[in-house]
Write a protein that binds this ligand. Structure first.
Ligand code: GLN
Ligand code: ZN
Length: 761
């Protein structure tokens, strides 16, 4: 049996690609140096896989920013406004990813969205009416040749035509179908070029097949592949799927002329069942995704080997694979010096997963693996207790009743009360929480972590930053202030550290978007609040101003979604435990005089199951009540805000309203404003602050631009419900642009108040 890796993380074990790219963005180095560093990383990643004995290694899984953007660029899908900047190829690419403001012009970045059910974000390519699609790029081939020159045979990976079309946005009159012929031609050229390069295997990733597919979708998939597969003569095409099962199209797939099909056995709940029911053809190879590419727990060899045995008994030719790209897990346990060996023995990051693939391969070839020490050690791990339960938590959770999920009085009543007591102007201005994590803020944190300064000095510094930012916000004229989150690195890491049940890594970075990485904590056991977390900071910040200081928390769903979850208890159970912990914090904030509390649920939307039929039962039915549990205990006058990144919730608006927050802020500046229509259609009750400018780019929005955005919003949202804010936290930005942007935002709010003033009798 052979092994395959769908994709390998690309940012570098110590985030080398991040640092070198950022140097390039700051113009500290030139293009050649960036390209050279990238080449070195690719070499390391391929050799690591080769040395681990992986048989099918991917190439073209490397990217400077995003693999969907790479695919778009490969086929010339580059909107005119970027071409017209007349920048180098690489800078045109970065302009699409990050926006551009400089001597050649001023354009915003393309939209960014979450990659299926992950915390990775892709760039949304745009198809214009006159976009000419054809194979204009070389990346898969140069990278293939680069690996080949190192003596490593790889399978180039390209995102497939069906998924590409699904994720592109059409900006003109043409619809997706109108691009079919061109896209087909593009992929035909791709395969022909693989033939020229004598590439033995091409992996086409089609994760969109694990979403609901209707008859039209299935027909489109057929049309595409019936047209492009005949171009493959010597080159084998592996159709790779992940993040779920392909129940809607499985029967079709097995009849199509792919050499191999990659299926996900981890998130694909139906995968095994589909194979059992409909069989798997003898003339194809099954790439069985049995090693979890998304979570960090060790593989349970017993289960995996049983599945492999079953497949073998069915006569299915199988290659053992990861369930998805390893992009979604950290690199290596070897950088983790602080976690005890006992903890570490349960985990497996990308490099260790390579070893698991190799061990499983070896075991599956043993006639009696049960007697093998490797197998026995693995089995022992799963039989031993991890000592991770907390009786007190379980007891408290059992005492929660239905009424704890309901806040009283009804929201409309609360809104009236809050208008009175909070006495905010119309179109109140606020920010989402964090302010720029400037070098001094980061230096202070790392000095404290390294023990170079005392805890007291650390706190003193942050208090000074808070004091400065309070003065600054007052001066700018914002209405609802924040303390700036200087004490937080990553929000989930921050809360996790204050909660029992979480484990922390030192270097376990996972790419989130572009050069940005996060270090998700691992939920090891039952979760509880050890002590008040944010209260002191918020109370201090409030003491400095007569304006309202917003308390700032992260919600249970987001904490869970941005952590590596347990696999021994349900997600629902973990979320409920976290909700109880956050509830205690909410009540403490209120008790200490904080009158507005924001509970971020930035990641609520992203773990919505990919199939509609799973939305309620497998997620919303417990995620939404968990959020309500965090705030149902506060007084009617205490205003609860929530914040969600990305406005992709058009289809779950009733669920968002059912969170029963008083105000929600969300991203709207990078996406279409259809969401606003949908809010109106659903008579959305929550007050809303659709972000008026994009914080993911350093670009400064003009006052006119923000006024225009607000005017559009006002055609869809009742004036007494509209808030004015950026679309997310400002921690990744620098001060000058933040200052300029917020000043413009406040000016715009003032103009709108004037322009729309209602003459009261
Ligand atoms: N309050 C957080 C911040 O401003 C929200 C972050 C987020 O939405 N990702 O940083
Ligand atoms: Zn956000």
């Amino acid at each position: 049996m052979q092994t395959s890796v769908i994709g390998f993380p690309r940012i570098g074990t110590l985030r080398e690609l991040k640092f070198v790219s950022e140097k390039y963005f700051r113009k500290e180095i030139g293009e050649a140096e960036l390209l050279e560093a990238a080449k070195k990383l690719r070499r390391t990643h391929w050799s690591t896989q080769k040395n681990a004995g992986i048989d099918y290694i991917s190439s073209n899984d490397f990217s400077y920013y995003d693999m969907l953007l790479d695919t778009a660029a490969l086929f010339g899908i580059i909107p005119k406004r970027y071409q017209e900047l007349h920048l180098s190829k690489l800078d045109t690419y970065f302009a699409m990813a990050r926006g551009y403001q400089g001597a050649s012009g001023d354009v915003k970045a393309l939209a960014m969205k979450k990659w299926f059910n992950t915390n990775y974000h892709y760039i949304v390519p745009e198809l214009e009416d006159d976009t000419v699609i054809s194979l204009v790029g070389n990346k898969p081939f140069t990278e293939y040749a680069e690996a080949k020159a190192l003596g490593i045979e790889t399978k180039p990976v390209v995102i497939g035509a069906y998924t590409l079309l699904k994720l592109c946005r059409c900006t003109g009159k043409k619809k997706t179908e109108d691009y079919m012929d061109d896209i087909i031609r593009g992929y035909q050229e791709l395969i022909q070029k693989c033939e020229e390069y004598q590439i033995a295997w091409l992996q086409l990733d089609e994760p969109a097949l694990v979403q609901d597919m209707d008859r039209e979708d299935i027909a489109r998939f057929h049309t595409i592949y019936e047209a492009i597969l005949p171009s493959a003569k010597q080159c084998h095409v592996l159709l790779q799927t992940y993040f779920g099962d392909v129940r809607d199209i499985y029967q079709n797939l097995i009849k199509m002329p792919f050499t191999a099909i990659g299926l996900d056995f981890i998130e694909g709940k139906e995968t095994y069942h589909l194979i059992k029911k409909y069989g798997f053809p003898q003339d194809k190879i099954l790439f069985a995704g049995l090693v979890n590419g998304k979570n960090v727990w060790k593989n349970h060899y017993k289960n995996t080997l049983q599945t492999l045995d079953d497949l073998r008994r069915k006569g299915i030719r199988t290659v053992l694979s990861t369930s998805c790209s390893l992009l979604h897990v950290p690199y290596t346990l070897s950088h983790e010096k602080k976690l005890s060996a006992e903890y570490l023995s349960h985990f497996s990051f990308a490099e260790e997963k390579l070893a698991e693939l190799a061990e499983l391969k070896a075991l599956s070839e043993c006639s009696d693996y049960g007697g093998n020490a490797v197998y026995q050690n693995n089995e022992k791990l799963f039989l031993e207790s991890r000592n991770c339960e907390n009786a007190e938590v379980r007891k408290r959770l059992s005492l929660v009743t239905d009424s704890d999920y309901t806040r009283l009085p009804a929201r409309s009543e609360r809104q009236r009360l809050q208008k009175n007591v909070l006495a905010l102007p119309e179109f109140p201005t606020t920010t989402i929480g964090s302010f720029p994590q400037t070098p001094d803020v980061k230096a202070n944190r790392s000095a404290c972590r390294r023990g170079e300064i005392s805890e007291k000095e650390y706190v003193e510094f942050n208090r000074k930053k808070i004091a400065e930012c309070v003065v600054w916000q007052e001066e700018i004229g914002l209405d609802v202030l924040v303390h700036g989150e200087y004490e937080r690195n990553d929000m989930v890491e921050y809360f996790g550290e204050a909660l029992g049940g979480f484990l922390f890594t030192e270097k376990a970075w996972v790419q989130s978007y572009g050069t940005r990485c996060v270090k998700p904590p691992i939920i090891w056991g039952d979760v509880y609040r050890k002590k008040p977390i944010t209260v002191e900071w918020s109370v201090y910040a409030q003491s400095l101003t007569s304006k309202i200081m917003k308390g700032m928390l992260t919600g249970p769903v987001t904490i869970l979604n941005w952590s590596f979850p347990r696999e021994d208890i349900s997600i629902k159970e973990s979320i409920s435990q976290i909700a109880l912990a956050i509830r205690e914090e909410v009540l403490d904030l209120e008790k200490n005089g904080i009158r507005i509390i924001q509970i971020d649920e930035a990641a609520l939307r992203e773990k919505l199951p990919l199939r509609k039929s799973d939305w309620q039962k497998a997620y919303l039915d417990f995620a939404i009540p968990a959020f309500r549990l965090t705030h149902s205990g506060v007084k009617p006058e205490t205003q609860i805000h929530t914040h969600m990144c990305y406005s992709e919730f058009t289809d779950i608006i009733p669920a968002i309203d059912a969170m029963d927050a008083d105000v929600i802020t969300f991203e709207a500046s990078r996406s279409d404003l259809q969401i606003l229509d949908s809010l109106r259609e659903h008579a959305f009750e929550t007050e809303v602050g659709p972000g008026v400018y994009d914080i993911h780019s350093p670009r400064v929005p003009s006052v006119e631009e923000i006024v225009a955005a607000l005017q559009v919003m006002l055609t869809k949202i009742d004036r007494e419900k509209l808030w004015v804010n950026p679309d997310c936290g400002l921690k990744t930005r620098a001060m000058p642009e933040t200052d300029a942007s917020l000043r413009n935002l406040v000016k715009a709010a003032k103009q709108i108040r004037k322009k729309t003033q209602i003459c009261k009798p």
